[in-house]
Ligand binder design. Structure first.
Ligand SMILES: [Zn+2]
Length: 271
């Protein structure tokens, strides 16, 4: 199988290859990875390995099954997504359960639950029933940022994998930009100077989210002295700034444009 993020994930990719080619496919997988990883794409590749018409583990990319998955219109794939509120709700899980009971066109249904760790308690309880008695050869793939947010009863029924940071270049760039912004904020740089650092990707939601995550890391490092330097910023200001970063993340989650969210943040933490 050709995975998008093979680099940094060689072992995981090898495992998933073994799983699909051997046909020893479990009913449920839990893939964990940072918010800015395209986990759905990763899961889609895995699904193609399971469902490819040319055979298990093929992921040919050319058969009708692979083609449909690539275009997001495969009848046997069921995607469960969070609401605008940010949670995967009970009703969505219920709808999936109805769908999964029907006869698949191919060999099986594959369910991908995005942001599974945002499932409400009710949704998790409902999902548990499917995990306990999965219909037919169905496969459930739960994607999450932090699997600890899921009930133990759910986690214990899934085969768990962690997707590593891919493209470490990207990661380094975000950390560097975050450090620069934080430093500029402390030294009261102008809005314009600060915004220039992010204007190139301010409309890219995933990148802005990654930047915010990185900024939070930088601030938290300061709190524990991990940054290894004396700063002129007061602890209460750091705490406040972490809160502001969280507000920006939350704004994006509820639909505020990433550019607006990052601008608002810069205004508050900058000069
Ligand atoms: Zn195929």
């Amino acid at each position: 199988m050709i995975f998008e993020y093979t680099k940094d994930n060689e072992r995981l990719v090898r495992r998933l290859n073994d799983i699909t080619t051997s046909g020893r496919i479990s009913h449920a997988y839990l893939l964990e990875g940072d918010s800015w990883l395209d986990k759905r794409k990763f899961a889609d590749t895995f699904a193609k390995g399971i469902m490819c018409a040319k055979g298990l583990g093929e992921n040919c990319g050319a058969c009708s099954m692979c083609d449909k998955i690539d275009h997001g219109n495969c009848e046997d794939m069921i995607y469960v997504e969070p609401e605008k509120s940010g949670n995967v709700i009970n009703e969505k899980v219920e709808a999936m359960q109805e769908q999964i009971k029907t006869k698949p066109f191919g060999a099986r249904h594959v369910v991908i639950i995005e942001n599974a760790d945002t499932m409400t308690k009710q949704a998790q309880n409902r999902l548990l029933k499917t995990l306990e008695e999965p219909p037919g050869d169905s496969v459930l793939i739960l994607l999450s940022e932090n699997m600890e947010n899921l009930e133990q009863t759910i986690r214990s029924r899934c085969v768990k994998f962690r997707i590593n940071h891919f493209g470490s270049e990207n990661y380094d760039f975000m950390m560097d930009t975050a450090k620069e912004l934080v430093d500029m904020g402390i030294s009261r740089a102008t809005f314009f100077a600060m915004y220039q650092k992010v204007s190139g990707f301010a409309r890219d939601k995933e990148k802005v989210k990654a930047l915010l995550d990185s900024m939070e890391v930088v601030y938290r490092d300061m709190l524990v002295g991990g940054a290894g330097k004396v700063t002129s910023i007061k602890t209460e200001d750091i705490v406040n700034n972490i809160h502001l970063v969280e507000i920006a993340s939350e704004d994006i989650r509820i639909g505020v444009s990433p550019a607006t969210a990052i601008k608002n943040l810069i205004i508050k933490i900058g000069g």
